[in-house]
Each structure stands twice: as C-alpha cells, then as structure tokens.
Design a protein around this ligand. Sequence first.
Ligand code: FE2
Length: 386
Amino acid sequence: MSKDIKSVNYGLEKIFKGAQDFLPLLGTDYVEFYVGNAKQSAHFYKTAFGFQSCAYKGLETGSRDSVSYVLKQDKIRLVLTTPLNSKSPINNHLVKHGDGVKVVALWVEDARKAYEETIKRGAKSYMEPMVETDEHGEVVRSAIYTYGETVHMFVERKNYKGTFLPGFKPWKSEYNPTPVGFKFIDHMVGNVGWGEMNTWVKWYEEVMGFENFLSFDDKQIHTEYSALMSKVMSNGNGRIKFPINEPAKGKKRSQIEEYLDFYEGPGVQHLAMATDDIISTVAQLKSRGVEFLPPPPQSYYDDIPRRLGEHKKMMKEDMTELQKLSIMVDADEEGYLLQIFTKPVEDRPTLFFEIIQRMGAKGFGAGNFKALFESIEREQANRGTL
Ligand code: FE2
C-alpha cells in the first residue's frame, strides 16, 4: 500500500476546536431495516448474531400497517420493519431494493434544531419534527434524506424513559441466545453511483458539518480486475463515521457496481460492529452459521509481521488462531486492527457486516483491501457478476 494512506489527518479534535458544531451528535441511535419478513429476520439476528429481544410494535400494540421488532446488543439497536398490507409505501422500497437499511438514526440533544440546521443547509426533508408521547415521556424525531432513499433520523430522547419509542412495548422472549460481544457500531459505509462520491462528501461537509478525514483513490484500492474510491466522513466528536464508496473503472465489474445493480441504487453497503475480543466473537458467529468471505492466501499471513512493524510486540493475539478464523490484520502509525467480513446477509448481494477490533489503529484496514477485494471477486465470479 502506498505511503499516502499512512499520511492521513487524525487531528479531528483540532479541526473542530474553536468551531462550533452546529449538529452535535451523541451517537448512533438505531439502524432500521425494511425487510420482507421481520419475524423471521429477528430470529436470524438473534440466533446468528446474538442480538437480544428488546421492543415490538404490531397488531397487538395497535399498529395496523407495519410490524417492527427491535433488537439490542450492548449499544447497538437494530429495528426490523415489514409492511402488513399491500398499501404501505414500505412495499415500494422492498420491491426496488430488497431487504436493506432504510434509516440510520442519530441520537441528538435537540431534534428540532438538528432538522432546522440541516434543512437550512440544503437537506431534503423526509419527516418534519414530530413529538410522540406515552406514559414514559416524549420523544422528538425528525428526518432528512441522504444518498438514494436512505434516511437520517434525528432522535431526541432526553425526556423519555421507555424501552424504545412511544408505540412500542417491551418484547420479552423465552428464546435468548447469548450475545457474541458486539459493543457499538464503529462505522457505516454507503455506496453511491459513478462520480457521485464527491457530491456526497460535500453534502456531509455542508449539510451535516462532517469532515473528510481519510481518502483512498482507485490507485490505492484496486486489484487486477476492479477498483473503487472511498472517502471517510466523520462528525465533530468522531463518534460517527460514514465512509462513502463509488465504483472506479477496471477490467471487470467491481463489487460496488454489483451492489448498485442489485440494490438498484445507492444505499448502505456494510455495518462494522466493534468487539473487544474478535477471536471469541468470530468463533461464536461461525459456530452459529454466519458465513464469512473466503480466507486470504497463506502469503497474506506470511506478510503480517512486516506490516505490523513496531506494533508486532504489542500484539497479544495468537497468529495461528487468527489465521484459523481467517481474521485479517492491518496497522497504522497508532496501532493495529483486526477485522473480518461476512458474505452478504440478504439474497441479493448487497448488505454485509464487518467485525472489527481496534488496538489503537484509526484506519479502515487499507492494507487488507487488496486481499479482501480478491476474496470478494472470487465470490462475484461464483455468482457470475464479476
Ligand atoms: Fe468497513
């Protein structure tokens, strides 16, 4: 990998010092998927990924048009939503995109102000500020569109003590598989169309007040056959990171093109789940049937000590164990990271998950890109989509 990747700007705190953050974000509130069968998806995310039953809304709670299951693991909340009749507009989303992420909800102090500030800067409205109440208090939500049909919902819950949101009841289940060690969402990646990356980089800068703190061009991210470009956007306090990918010209069809073809437009490509014990997390996921990309070749593992450099001595994990589980390793100036990628979790080759353990490194595994993409290309070749 070239030196450019290493010479990145990690000085986020400095950039924002002095400048007032007009959109202070406290964290990710939830991620909502529109799916064909929420009941069965919920079972999958509990069984395979160790999510816990949290809240529910449906016919039993008075929701006539859609049903939603809320799942939780440490700080991560997923919402799985399915329409209950053919008239629901959710159907259009499902027909076009298949199962996928509709809402990336962000936790804010003031949802009215978040809406006002982003709309003023050019955001397209999805939902005007709306107050919802029940016996546990009130929640204010508002929402804007980002790339494609994906939405950022702002959630203000400082005056709410309920399980999730008004309208939901706690979901108690007798089936509770153990968690696998997911802690929080490290980053969420969006795929956008040809030549659209910089448009969305500018959008995140201007509308959301984010900064571009890492960039990879097609000279850095390419294999023999395909290429892509990526820029990582981060909010003021660095808690929210949204890398944005666009396809680049190669000899064959890149994974980003494959995604855009099957999702029929831009959308969320992967969610990266942070763990502090990737060996245990991945071993559990594999035993529960989660499928990962095929392992990188032996030469990849032979090269790891060189790539780790001075961080080699601080590495606690056993290399044989990592290789046995096909976990990848990369390093930057500040430390190293361990990561692995699932195969797509939908029938369409669209959304997948990353599992990541950061040991000081703030990058995104650039040193792994080539091995990773070659692995993805082998999968694409199997699907006849390379
Ligand atoms: Fe990632």
